[in-house]
Design a binder for this molecule. Structure first.
Ligand SMILES: Cc1cc2nc3c(=O)[nH]c(=O)nc-3n(C[C@H](O)[C@H](O)[C@H](O)COP(=O)(O)O)c2cc1C
Length: 247
């Protein structure tokens, strides 16, 4: 029966990615830092939180936000609103194709190897507890994959760039290479990295349009960041964007 089953490359990649996801659910990174209290993030404990519908007709010009965007490394304590949080995630990876699956950022072969996690501090986003939230583009929702304020751990894991811990929310962007290398081989790694750049710039520009600011951090210990953020196994952290109001 299997011999008669002919799959195209996209279907093979989807099955491989699903298998990878199942594997990552069974064997998530062991969160062994102090705030994680040795608990592994588990899908069973995840709570799903739907996000406000994104606004799609902002009033600030694209040229203005491109001109104004800067890497910011100092943030005030003013919380980010839930609407802003929703908007930033939508700009990163939200579904933008009516009735389809294509997203805000382009992706080689539309295979979408990236994931976005939000590491949120205490009293930093209205109506949301501290913890790590994993964005689900299909449903425009987040699942809480870990609790506790992990911003400090993340800053320490980033070669002690402690300014990061002052941002209300830190977006960690990861890649699961198998989703794309199964089609493109090693070149898929290049495509995944390019995609991460697109997602990052979208977050930068959306923040600017919302009156928020973002920083970007690539200097970190990959394993420590993965554990601090409690990301799933095979999701490799590539960049962190701390976001908040500029101080
Ligand atoms: C991939 C990448 C990694 C970066 N890593 C860090 C970092 O670890 N720490 C930091 O303070 N800035 C980091 N930056 C920010 C750059 O220093 C910044 O983009 C550069 O100075 C240009 O300034 P601008 O972004 O304000 O235009 C990084 C930028 C990129 C694109």
């Amino acid at each position: 029966m299997l011999r008669n089953l002919s799959l195209n490359r996209r279907q093979v990649c989807q099955i491989a990615a699903m298998a990878g996801l199942a594997f990552s659910v069974v064997l998530p990174f062991k969160a062994d830092n102090a705030s994680a209290k040795g608990k592994k993030p588990s899908r069973k404990k995840e709570t799903v939180m739907s996000l406000d519908p994104p606004v799609q007709d902002g009033t600030v010009s694209l040229e203005k936000v491109i001109k104004q965007r800067r890497t910011v490394r100092s943030f005030g304590k003013v919380p980010v609103s839930k609407q802003q949080f929703s908007q930033i995630l939508w700009s990163a990876q939200g579904i933008t194709e009516d009735g389809g699956f294509k997203r805000a950022s382009p992706s080689g072969g539309a295979l979408y190897p990236a994931d976005v996690y939000a590491v949120v501090g205490n009293n930093c986003i209205e109506d949301m507890g501290a913890g790590v939230y994993h964005y689900q583009p299909k449903h425009h929702s987040v699942t809480k994959v870990a609790g506790g304020d992990r911003r400090n751990d993340l800053a320490i894991a980033s070669l002690s760039q402690m300014w990061m811990a002052g941002a209300p929310v830190l977006f960690v962007i990861t890649a699961e290479y198998l989703r794309i290398t199964c089609k493109y081989g090693d070149r898929g790694i290049r495509y995944a990295l390019i995609e991460i750049g697109h997602i990052s710039q979208n977050i930068f520009l959306q923040c600017q349009a919302l009156g928020l600011s973002a920083g970007i951090v690539g200097a970190f210990d990959d394993g420590k960041v993965a554990r601090s953020a409690g990301v799933y196994k095979n999701h490799e952290p590539l960049v962190i964007l701390p976001v908040g109001y500029r101080e």
